[in-house]
Design a protein around this ligand. Structure first.
Ligand SMILES: [Cu+2]
Length: 106
């Protein structure tokens, strides 16, 4: 027979993990043929943005205000956890015509 505190830990731990993962989401943005899709993304603080580069060129997701700069190699995926609320315009440093926006709710 297991001690009672171990049984409690086994029951409580998965519940806590579940509530955290239910709150934060993963939002995907695809880079394909020099375009971010979708062009505008809705997310929340704590969400993870997953940039998926389907091109054979490297791209960046660079916030115009300097909050973040993510480099995504060809056929790779990079992740970023959003820390701050606001509407953030971003672009690709290598292809400045590539632009997108993430609207981050608190
Ligand atoms: Cu690019």
């Amino acid at each position: 027979m297991l001690p009672r505190w171990i049984l409690l830990a086994l029951i409580v731990a998965p519940l806590e993990l579940g509530s955290v993962s239910a709150h934060a989401a993963t939002v995907q943005i695809v880079m394909d043929k020099l375009v971010f899709a979708p062009l505008e993304t809705q997310a929340k603080v704590g969400d993870t943005i997953e940039w998926i580069n389907k091109d054979i060129l490297a791209h960046t997701a660079t916030a115009t205000g300097g909050d973040w700069n993510v480099v995504i190699a060809p056929n790779k995926t990079e992740k970023l956890v959003l820390q701050k609320a606001g509407s953030v315009d971003y672009y690709c440093k290598y292809h400045p015509n590539m632009k997108g926006r993430i609207v981050i709710a608190p």
